[in-house]
Design a protein around this ligand. Structure first.
Ligand code: NIG
Ligand code: FE
Length: 387
């Protein structure tokens, strides 16, 4: 079965060979999908026939969003914590343990239902690739089942057993790091592609973080790091030194951190939903971009610091608050996310790429930032299938 999407007013390909803009925009275009892949793209007037047809009605069509950072395997609710923050309480990350307690008490079915619901919610808003982390279990059994459930909803599953030291290890954190590096990683590894660590004051220091990442790498997992979120720290430098695919948050960066990112293949993944939901200063995307770093945007969807699955919201915030142009923000939410996941089959629309397309109810991608909060995603094609 082949599918023709035609009458596309503005097709964002992220293929720079279509002009000098990284977004590679084609006007009056069409795309043909076969076997879940992009089989043809070009001027609408030259489009070949296909078995089925979707009429984009002159609107914009984009690559599906690649959300490279989420924590959707959890139980419980922290709306009261959010309300307290909006009334002036600071965000410390300590609320993670509230979610850990609720997650440990939940059944597999409850965790699976929440992860599935949020995956579906993200897909309706155009997210066709989603990374999902464990990290609210913090025991061998609870991390392993969290990861198993993450792996059911995405191949981009990430072990985050080193999210925080759980209360039962509060007075012997190094024993917890040993547990993570040993039996916990061994048990969880079959369900994980990535290993992550929360490298931050109050979570794991540079040595502990490095030990966790190296233990995961020894089992074949590729590293990524929660870095420099709540204050300056060693996370970004560690991520770059280990060749991590991404350093995530990057809110508090020194000039050296910026230079290290710019001189590496480590993507700076910015998570504006966090600053929105914690009333913290936004990261300076402009500084990273001007230095030559690769920037991704992701939702960080989680019950504490950013309970949104909306990539359009992240784009709007990045444009309004972080110094990004609308084009840079869209690139970062698609091709940038793909770089952060080291994927070359998603985040772009070109021959052979996975057929993940977002059809907007708008003439241009600019409307994602121009019309914040409006559900502009009209239709989603995921893996060649019209959702
Ligand atoms: O990415 N930074 C650490 N982890 C999450 C916060 C999770 C939570 O507050 O529950 C984050 O922001
Ligand atoms: Fe996170």
């Amino acid at each position: 079965m082949s599918l023709l999407v035609d009458n596309i007013g503005e097709l964002v390909t992220n293929d720079p060979s279509y002009g000098d803009d990284p977004l590679g925009i084609l006007r009056d275009a069409a795309v043909v999908i076969e076997e879940r892949r992009v089989a043809w793209l070009g001027p609408g007037a030259e489009a070949p026939a296909a078995d089925d047809r979707v009429d984009a009605a002159g609107a914009a069509v984009l690559p599906g969003f690649v959300d490279s950072h989420s924590h959707v395997v959890f139980a419980g609710d922290r709306a009261a914590e959010f309300a307290a923050r909006m009334a002036g309480e600071p965000y410390t990350g300590g609320g993670i343990l509230t979610t850990v307690a609720a997650t440990r008490a939940a059944s597999d079915a409850e965790l699976r239902a929440t992860a599935g619901r949020l995956r579906a919610e993200a897909l309706r808003q155009g997210t066709t690739t989603l990374e999902v982390k464990s990290g609210y279990g913090l025991t061998i059994a609870d991390e392993t089942r969290s990861l198993r459930i993450a792996f059911e909803v995405t191949p981009e599953s990430t072990f985050l057993g080193a999210h925080l030291v759980p209360p039962e290890y509060a007075d012997r954190p190094d024993d917890y790091v040993e547990l993570v590096c040993g039996p916990m990683l061994t048990a969880a590894e079959p369900y994980a592609r990535w290993v992550d660590v929360f490298c931050e004051r109050g979570a794991f220091d540079a040595d502990q973080s490095e030990a966790v990442l190296r233990a995961g790498m020894a089992l074949g997992l590729a590293p990524r790091v929660h870095a420099n979120q709540l204050g300056p720290g060693a996370g970004v430098q560690l991520a770059v030194a280990l060749g991590a695919a991404s350093a995530d948050h990057c809110t508090h960066l020194s000039d050296q951190d910026i230079a290290a990112l710019a001189g590496s293949d480590t993507v700076a993944t910015l998570l504006p939903g966090v600053e929105f939901s914690t009333r913290s200063p936004y990261p300076d995307a402009r500084r990273l971009l001007d230095a030559g770093a690769t920037v991704a945007l992701a939702s960080d969807c989680n019950p504490g610091s950013s309970y949104t699955s909306s990539m359009p919201l992240c784009i709007a915030l990045a444009v309004r608050e972080m110094g990004m142009t609308a084009g840079e923000a869209l690139w970062s939410a698609t091709a940038g996310g793909a770089r952060a996941l080291r994927r070359d089959d998603v985040g772009t629309v070109r021959l052979g790429s996975r057929a993940d397309l977002v059809l907007l109810d708008a003439p241009s991608y600019l409307h994602l930032a121009y019309r914040p909060g409006v559900p502009l995603v009209r239709q989603v094609i995921h893996n060649g299938v019209l959702m």
